[in-house]
Design a protein around this ligand. Structure first.
Ligand code: NAD
Ligand code: TYD
Length: 348
């Protein structure tokens, strides 16, 4: 079986590639990634020599390139993670999100339909999506597979569009698909533009900790390796045409996550209790900031036996340890373009 994984050099993609390469020596994993600012081959240095792994640098927005790649490689399945993924960047520059997330997904779908037209049986196009397509919750309730789409940022609207296209190709052309919508991930190799790695990096460097608005927005945090395990089980056992919601059952207000990180890191860095919390700085809120996300993952538990593991505090502590012991990784990704991004995002 030859499996194409797109976006495998990114945060979640690298965990998925590692899991599949190690767990399934008979599955050939081809990682296609454009290596944007968010893609980093050093995320995969431990498996890059594996006999069932190969890497292709390429851009999913290049229609002809993608069509030719499918003709040449004859993939049996696709797990599609490549995307522009940061909400704040989608607010300052939505075009790249529409190009990659919508048009890039359409190019992959067209190539898969063409390549598999005469033999769809046994093929699978797995589209990895987000809970943000469902919009924003009030104090009560959770998203599930039946929740109506209501995206509110250019990022979530572009992901919602791609989900709709994937379902439409299933109904119209019989493309065998599966979709998952997951809550916020955290763990190693996470680019420090997102809340948790950004706060870890800033605590480490004694820089202000930017909290949007009052810090009361709620996210449902899932350990990235639990997400990779869910993708594995859905890819191998999920039902054709179905959607599965994936979540951590782990809701936290942003300010409480930031305070917990301050506490953990004061201990680890030998700082006085409360020292890092003094760096907390409330900044202008994100426009259209979704109030709360929460996932009801009952379907995934009942059908495929998946559940999130271990307590958040323990996994977050492990996550902090990874960043503290991988300083060159952090230095590398926060040099160059990161500085101008940070300046632009946080000086307003
Ligand atoms: P990421 O930004 O860390 O990685 C994205 C990867 O895609 C990078 O390696 C990048 O180089 C690659 N890429 C971007 N544009 C490309 C293009 N045009 N062609 C080829 N490759 C391209 O993102 P992530 O956080 O790992 O998210 C992966 C997927 O999971 C995305 O589809 C995202 O919507 C989804 N998701 C993310 C989360 C989360 O919490 N991070 C939660 C749910 C779903
Ligand atoms: P983020 O990690 O960008 O994920 P998403 O927007 O996809 O949920 O942000 C998580 C939460 O943290 C979100 O409510 C916005 C907030 N946030 C801050 O308060 N400060 C920051 O510097 C960032 C990046 C995010």
């Amino acid at each position: 079986m030859k499996l194409l994984i797109t976006g495998g050099a990114g945060f979640i993609g690298s965990h998925v590639v590692r899991r599949f390469v190690n767990a399934y020596p008979n599955e050939l994993v081809v990682n296609l990634d454009a290596l944007t600012y968010a893609g980093n081959l050093s995320n995969l240095s431990d498996i890059e020599q594996a006999p069932n792994y190969s890497f292709i640098k390429g851009d999913i927005t290049q229609k002809e390139f993608i069509a030719n790649l499918f003709r040449a490689e004859q993939f049996d399945a696709v797990i599609h993670l490549a995307a522009e993924s940061h909400v704040d960047r989608s607010i300052t520059g939505p075009d790249a999100f529409i190009q990659t997330n919508v048009m890039g997904t359409a190019n992959l779908l067209n190539a898969a339909v063409e390549s598999w037209r005469t033999h769809m049986e046994g093929k699978r196009f797995y589209h990895v999506s987000t809970d943000e397509v469902f919009g924003s919750l009030g104090a009560e309730g959770k998203f599930n597979e039946a929740t109506a789409y209501d995206p509110r940022s250019p990022y979530s609207a572009s992901k919602a569009s791609s989900d709709h296209l994937v379902r439409a190709y299933h109904h119209t052309y019989g493309l065998p698909i599966v979709i998952s919508n997951c809550s916020n991930n955290y763990g190693s190799h996470h680019f420090p533009e997102k809340l948790i790695p950004l706060i870890i990096n800033n605590i480490k460097n004694k820089r202000p900790l930017p909290v949007y608005g009052k810090g009361e927005n709620v996210r449902d945090w899932l350990w990235v390796e639990d997400h990779a395990r869910a993708i594995d089980v859905i890819f191998h056992k999920g039902r054709n045409g179905e959607t599965y919601c994936i979540g951590g059952n782990n809701e936290w207000k942003n300010i409480d996550v930031v305070r917990l990180l301050c506490r953990l890191m004061d201990t680890k860095l030998g700082r006085a209790e409360g020292e890092s919390a003094q760096l907390i700085t409330y900044v202008t809120d994100r426009p259209g900031h979704d109030a709360r996300y929460a996932i009801d993952a009952t379907k995934l538990k009942n059908e495929l036996g998946w559940e999130p593991t271990q307590p958040f505090e323990e996994l977050l502590s492990k996550t902090v340890d990874w960043y503290l012991s991988n300083e060159p990784w952090l230095e590398n990704v926060t040099s160059g373009g990161y500085r101008s991004y940070y300046e632009m995002q946080y000086s307003r």
